[in-house]
Design a binder for this molecule. Structure first.
Ligand SMILES: [Zn+2]
Length: 51
């Protein structure tokens, strides 16, 4: 599942539920919207190509 942080707009993937943002540590996590998931996947693909 892809999550988004409302505080810092960090997008990240976790297999298990999370409560805290790994970036800013705040508990403003929600499920990412479809739009954000697509953005996240595109970013991941870009990173793979870079390496
Ligand atoms: Zn955050």
């Amino acid at each position: 599942m892809v999550y988004a942080c409302d505080s810092c707009h960090f997008l990240f993937y976790r297999a298990s539920p999370v409560k805290q943002c790994p970036d800013c540590g705040k508990e403003s996590i929600r499920k990412a919207t479809q739009e954000e998931i697509q953005e996240f996947e595109q970013r991941t693909e870009t990173n793979l190509w870079d390496e």
